[in-house]
Write a protein that binds this ligand. Structure first.
Ligand code: HEM
Length: 123
């Protein structure tokens, strides 16, 4: 049986390193950073770790809001759309590449994240 992607990526340590680096990139990119102006980042990173663990089939109970509820106001009030989603996906790929995650696992991770697009963009 195939191990969960969470374990193949390197477990909690790898997910936490990836989430930190990922948010550094999102915060440094003018396309994505404005959405996080009023957001408590340490808090956000924690939620993202929990979410990533869940998405990658690891041992987590994600207790945050569902993705539609969490992003609905960003779509309605700040114009969150495909270009922002694409930028976030690009930062995720760059992050995993920097951490030397094998490309096949990166493709798998991005595939999982891609399934959330319509929910995040409230469609
Ligand atoms: C790529 C898929 C995405 C996933 C898996 C994701 C995941 C999450 C999660 C788990 C939360 C926390 C939910 C909670 O508070 O309970 C969240 C909140 C948030 N996300 Fe995303 N997100 C995605 C895309 C995006 C994009 C494209 C942007 C903007 C560029 C964005 C901006 C935000 C912001 C600003 C919040 C905080 C909202 C608030 O607390 O008011 N997200 N996201």
């Amino acid at each position: 049986m195939t191990q969960p992607l969470f374990d193949r990526i390197g477990g909690m340590e790898a997910i936490m390193a990836a989430t930190d680096l990922f948010y550094e990139k999102v915060a440094a990119d003018p396309v994505t950073s404005r959405f996080f102006d009023d957001v408590n980042m340490p808090n956000q990173v924690q939620k993202m770790v929990a979410f990533m663990t869940w998405a990658f089939d690891g041992p987590s109970e994600y207790k945050g809001r569902d993705l539609r509820s969490a992003h609905k106001h960003l779509v309605a009030e700040q114009g969150l759309g495909d270009e922002h989603f694409d930028a976030v996906a690009k930062h995720l790929v760059a992050t995993l590449q920097e951490l030397n995650v094998p490309q096949a696992l990166i493709d798998e991770a991005v595939g999982i994240v891609a399934t959330t697009r319509d929910e995040v963009l409230d469609r």
